[in-house]
Write a protein that binds this ligand. Structure first.
Ligand code: TYM
Length: 331
């Protein structure tokens, strides 16, 4: 059975981007793979180092994993910081990660641009910790959204470099994975760029949003004054609505609105209404389960205790092997 690893940072509620880019694949993969799905709370410290919020944010992701259908009896759900072996592997991999390549990572450059006052070394080495997460269980498949593609490329670089350096074939190359033909990028509602937690509350539709909130957000999504000639190329804001529609609606619905657009008869109000209703249907079950599961502290703790133990078992084995390969010997 192939091993699968992926994680989500504990930075708040999960949105449709997290769902379609990552979690939907997690759920589909769990039966036929040996899966480790964790909450990347160490990674969240790079941008959200607030002790008061941390525990609740971690818990929120656990609840949403379970609500979305990850079965803790099949897949291993754990908290990154509860498996300290990952920080040891991170240290070893850091010895082989070059400043130049880390500075060139798109995610690092974006973070520097967005927040020039907090360029910490954790941000710089974010992809190294991510490689450590994956290599810790020697995973081959990593279900992630499009924005993580470069990080996976870096994980392969670090794995291969380690192997070359120590003349071993211990680490296996991990690859980004999605059941769709390409890795997914779900756009936001603000007319530009991806759906994200840091792009503002109104840009993202959360799995826990009520139908009223979803309708309100979608009706406020950015549009334009409409096409002026048939078969015109769609501007970004409009294309984004169609991409969202394709994620949550049937192909017939997308085709219908496409035809309306191409014949200049589109009414954005109708498109938005349909989009909101289909988003509500798509998130309904998960939202209700979030409410139910979040009341059950005992179950949540049990799932985590159980998952942490299984993850540590796998992690301890890797670290013992890696220490041996590096040349640390017991006296
Ligand atoms: P995070 O929390 O930023 O994102 C979690 C997952 O959601 C995906 N995602 C999206 N997919 C499509 N469209 C979007 N708009 C969108 N927004 C987010 C991300 O691609 C990701 O799959 N660095 C990781 C966390 C991590 C990790 C790992 C993942 C830490 N270590 C090891 C895999 C393996 C991240 O992006 O978190």
């Amino acid at each position: 059975m192939e091993t699968v690893v992926s994680g989500i940072r504990s930075t708040g509620k999960l949105h449709l981007g997290n769902y379609y880019g990552a979690i939907k694949n997690f759920v589909q993969m769990q039966q036929a793979h040996n899966c480790y799905f964790f909450i990347a709370d160490l990674h969240s410290l790079t941008t959200h180092p607030t002790p008061g919020d941390l525990h609740a944010s971690v818990r929120q992701v656990v609840v949403e994993y379970l609500a979305a259908g990850i079965d803790p009896e099949i897949a291993t759900i754990y908290i990154q910081s509860d498996v300290p072996e990952v920080t040891e592997l991170y240290l070893y991999l850091n010895m082989n990660a070059y400043l130049g390549e880390l500075e060139r990572a798109t995610s690092f450059k974006d973070k520097v641009r967005a927040n020039p006052d907090n360029i910490n070394a954790g941000l710089l080495t974010y992809p190294v910790l991510m490689a450590a997460d994956i290599l810790l269980h020697r995973a081959t498949k990593v279900p992630v959204g499009k924005d993580q593609e470069q990080h996976l490329e870096m994980a392969r670089t670090f794995a291969n470099r380690f192997n070359r350096m120590y003349q071993t074939d211990y680490f296996i190359e991990p690859h980004a994975f999605s059941f769709s033909k390409q890795l997914i990028k779900i756009p936001g509602l603000d007319g530009k760029g991806k759906m994200g937690k840091s792009e503002g509350e109104a840009n993202a539709v959360y799995l826990s949003d009520t139908p009223e909130v979803i309708r309100k957000k979608v009706m406020r999504a950015v549009t334009d004054s409409g096409p002026t000639e048939p078969n015109q190329q769609k501007p970004e804001a409009i294309q984004n609505l169609f991409t969202l529609l394709a994620a949550v609606s049937s192909p017939d619905t997308v085709q219908h609105f496409d035809e309306c657009y191409n014949s200049c008869q589109i009414r954005y109000g109708d498109l938005k209404k349909q989009l909101a209703e289909d988003m509500i249907v798509a998130t309904d079950t998960v939202r209700k389960r979030i409410d139910e599961i979040s009341k059950d502290n005992e179950y949540i703790s049990k799932v985590i205790r159980w998952g942490n133990e299984k993850a540590r078992e796998s992690a301890r084995k890797t670290i013992a092997d890696v220490r041996e390969i590096i040349g640390f010997r017991k006296f």
